[in-house]
Design a protein around this ligand. Structure first.
Ligand code: GDP
Ligand code: MN
Length: 355
């Protein structure tokens, strides 16, 4: 489960990591916050800044219009139900800092970059440290981080942040905590400017989580961030079989996705938006056995995705079940081909990828 920024920041603050002063704004909230402020769309995806979801507001005059505009702005298929109004910070530097669970080595990885912020994905040379689960010299790690950022004056602060971040990851059963940017203010404070936290759904029984649920997230799993083929299927079994078949056919799947029974057009559109965030995906294999989900609804989502998303990779679609004939008519009218079998889809995807 991916938390919204304000939820993630609440966990960071509880763990002792500095966050900006702020308040949550909903459609009917009435208190006016202090200016200048930054108004931030609360959607469970990154890249809000680039999508127009982060606005700097200098004075009260611009507040109302900006609030309405942000509440009406859908980002990558998500519409916010709340906004976070935060004190505007004077930024000296934007750093990148994250912790993630590395299943392969059964350890925690600390990942850092000196250039955080909205362009962080352009960086390739991230600095990484492995934290074993048994014993670590956290102070030495904080020291190394201060050296790496070239912030000798912040050694104590960074030692604190690293210690609290590890505790935050463990106590909350998070698999990822990303602070981007970690802001160094003009007056030399380190503050978490943005936060992303992914919780381990398998640990839900240990907690009393009351976070905003975003339906498509749970059954969407990244297999390989650099994979070239994305998959969309319904039902966990069919979704697994689709991924396995893609691997057997020599394709490299980026994700597993079970859109669930009764998947709506919204759910599917959100899935497409997530998929196009993978850097190397050049084919999307769709394998839907419609039962409660209706084929025509799937077809409408596919058509909408084609219209809405520029540079949507080629689609290889196999559909069967409820309202199949209607789906065929809709897709054919839109010039989209349905394939007779999953094998045909995978073969065609392979050919188009030239693998
Ligand atoms: P994201 O685009 O979804 O990752 O949203 P962020 O919360 O990371 O905000 C994007 C960018 O907005 C940051 O990298 C900053 O450059 C800018 N920003 C966010 N908060 C502040 C602030 O308090 N002051 C200033 N000057 N810029 C901010
Ligand atoms: Mn960010």
């Amino acid at each position: 489960m991916n938390l919204l920024e304000h939820e993630a920041k609440r966990l960071l603050a509880a763990a002792g990591i500095p966050i900006p002063r702020g308040q949550l704004i909903t459609d009917d909230s009435s208190d006016t916050p202090d200016f200048p402020l930054v108004l931030k769309s609360q959607v469970p995806v990154g890249g809000r800044g680039k999508a127009g979801g982060i606005k700097l507001i200098e004075s009260a005059d611009a507040f109302e219009t900006t609030r309405q505009a942000l509440l009406n702005l859908s980002i990558k298929g998500y519409s916010p139900t709340s906004l976070l109004a935060e004190e505007k910070l004077s930024i000296a530097r934007e750093l990148y800092l994250s912790l993630l669970v590395d299943r392969a080595t059964a350890s925690i990885q600390l990942v850092a970059h000196t250039d955080g912020g909205m362009e962080v994905e352009d960086n390739t040379d991230f600095q990484k440290w492995t934290i074993s689960l048994e014993h670590n010299d956290i102070d030495a790690l904080g020291q190394s981080l201060a050296d790496y950022y070239d912030l000798p004056g912040q050694t104590f602060a960074l030692q604190d942040i690293v210690e609290h971040l590890i505790a935050c990851l463990k106590t909350n059963d998070a698999t990822l905590i990303e602070i981007n940017p970690l802001i160094l203010t003009d007056d030399n404070r380190l503050i978490a400017g943005d936060a992303k936290i992914t919780l381990d759904d398998a640990a839900a029984f240990r907690h009393d989580w009351k976070f905003t649920d975003t339906p498509t997230e749970a059954n969407f799993v990244t297999i390989d961030q650099n994979g070239t083929t994305a998959t969309i299927a319904n039902g966990a079994g069919l979704a697994m079989a689709t991924v396995d078949a893609a691997v057997s056919a020599g394709l490299s799947p980026a994700n597993f996705l079970d859109v669930g029974g009764g998947a709506s057009k919204e759910t599917l559109l959100t899935a497409f938006h997530r998929i196009i965030e993978y850097p190397n995906v050049r084919a999307i294999v769709i394998n839907i056995f419609a039962g409660i989900t209706r084929s025509d609804e799937v077809a409408r989502a596919i058509i909408a995705a084609k219209q809405e998303i520029n540079e949507l990779p080629p689609l290889f679609i196999r559909l069967a079940g409820t309202n199949y004939d209607e789906a065929v008519t809709l897709l054919t009218d839109a010039g989209i081909t349905i394939m007779p079998s999953l094998e045909a889809c995978l073969g065609a995807a392979k050919e188009s990828l030239d693998v």
